[in-house]
Design a protein around this ligand. Sequence first.
Ligand SMILES: [Zn+2]
Length: 262
Amino acid sequence: MISSVGNYNIYPYGYENRLSPCYNQGLPPQENTSKTLVTAISLQFIAVALQKASEWCGKNLMKGKEFTSAENVKRIANQMIAKNKLNVRTDFIDFNNINNYPISMRRSLEAVAKGQNAFYSNDIKLAVAPKSRPSLILHELGHAINSSKGKLLRFLQKSRGWAPAVPTVLLLLNDSTKRVDGKKNFIERNAGLIGFSAFLPTIAEEGLASLRGIKAAKRVLGKNINISALKRNYFFALMTYVIAGISLGIAAKQNIVLSKRT
Ligand SMILES: [Zn+2]
C-alpha cells in the first residue's frame, strides 16, 4: 500500500492499536477509574470489531467479479482521459510487466499484481490496477479527474495526509485546555466526532472518484449495461474508508479516555 500524500488507493490506511500496553498495571486512585476502564475496554472492543469489518469488506472487494471485459474497461478509461484532457498513463499490472517499473515502486506494485490494491499517483501521473481486476482503474481515474478539478477537490485529497494526526493533536490540545472546574471541555466531549470528521473529506473524495468511474461506464457502454458488479465492488471499497473514519474517531476518543488515567 502506498502511504505518501498524493497517492490514492482503493484501500485505506489502517490505524494502529492505541491501547497502551501498560493497561493492566494497576488502577490509579481516582474516583472515575472504573468508569474510565469500562469506556477504554469498550472502545478497544469496537476498534477490533471495526478492524474485522474492514477486513471483511476488503475480502468481498477482492472476491468481486468484473462487470465487463478488459477491452471495454480500456475503452471507458480512454474516454475518461480524453474527455477530461488528463495527462495520465494507465497500466494493468501483473508479475510479467512489474519489472518495467523502478525498484522503489516494486512493493506497491506487487500488491497490485496480486489483485490486492490499485492506486493513482498524482506525482508521476500514473493510474494502475491489477490485470485481473481492470475495472478498478476507473475509480483511480476518478481520482485523477478530481485532481484536475481545482483547489477544493485537491484539498479533499490532501487531507488524508494529515487526518491520521488528528487524535494526537486533540490529545495535545486537550492537555493544554483542561478546565479548572474538572468538567469536560469541548474536545473531551466531541473527540470521536472530530476524529471522524477529519476523515470525511477523504470519504467524500473516494465516493466521488467511484461515481466518476460509474458515470463513465454508463456513458461509454450505454444505459443497458449491467454495472451492479462495479457498484458492489466500489461500495465495499468505500465502506473500508467509512470504517477507517470511524476508527479514527475511536482512536481520538481512546486517546482522551486513556489520558485521564494519568
Ligand atoms: Zn480511491
